[in-house]
Design a protein around this ligand. Structure first.
Ligand code: GTP
Ligand code: MG
Length: 209
């Protein structure tokens, strides 16, 4: 943990992502990687920017597929970094045009992962900085709380609000999700490449390196 802190305070950009691998693309438990590497999952509404943020964190444009249309990521994708930890990109929820059968499979698919995954340290919940969290966002956060996986929220697309508006939006998000004082809401912008270093630091601390 100490080593990571020194690393970051020296120069965050020196955090070297040496190797990124799409270790698995799965729809069920039997397909998950079997080892016990620490994992951090990304959850949030479809189109909120999960895959985009992942690309920014690993500094690989287009590595995870991104789309202007919601419903792009439909599998659980395990991205292995430096053979040390994984970021797990979950399919987005709340996709209005998703067929009923897809909605019925996504819920249980995400739940199966969150419930019993060894190695899962924390779930980063992503919400759009412009909007109040939806009922599904709130439900997801309650769910994460129940499993002790809550406490790290990212407000995406921070470039879409003014600097003066941002703190007000963060407060509104905190209020809606019932986030206590010490828990974080980190604003990020993939467009402006801001906020990701703070998130990477949190992930480093959670994964003990
Ligand atoms: P699903 O895979 O459908 O769950 O979506 P996702 O959450 O992975 O979203 P994705 O990363 O595919 O991004 C959705 C859209 O938002 C794309 O058009 C991105 O270019 C855009 N986007 C993502 N992050 C940002 C951001 O920080 N700023 C702006 N302006 N647009 C963003
Ligand atoms: Mg995606």
């Amino acid at each position: 943990m100490k080593r990571w802190n020194i690393f970051l305070s020296a120069n965050v950009k020196n955090v070297i992502i040496k190797k990124v691998e799409l270790a698995a693309t799965v729809v069920k438990k039997s397909q998950y990687p079997e080892d016990r590497l620490p994992e951090i999952a990304f959850a949030g509404r479809s189109n909120v920017g999960k895959s985009s943020l992942l690309n920014l964190l690993i500094n690989r444009r287009g590595f995870a597929r991104v789309s202007g249309n919601p419903g792009k990521t439909r599998t659980i994708n395990f991205y292995e970094i430096n053979e040390q930890f994984r970021i797990v990109d979950l399919p987005g929820y709340g996709y209005a045009k998703a067929s009923k059968s897809l909605t019925e499979t996504w819920g249980p698919m995400i739940e199966e992962y969150l419930k019993g995954r060894h190695g899962l340290r924390k779930v980063v919940q992503l919400v759009d900085i412009r909007h109040d969290p939806t009922a599904q966002d709130i439900q997801m956060y309650e769910y994460l709380k129940f499993y002790g996986l809550d406490g790290l929220v990212v407000a995406t697309k921070a470039d879409k609000v003014s600097k003066s508006e941002a703190p007000r939006r963060i407060s509104a998000i905190k209020r809606a999700l019932g986030i206590s004082g010490s828990d974080k809401v980190i604003p990020v912008s993939v467009l402006k490449r801001t906020g990701h270093e703070e998130l990477l630091k949190e992930i480093g601390l959670l994964c003990d390196f």
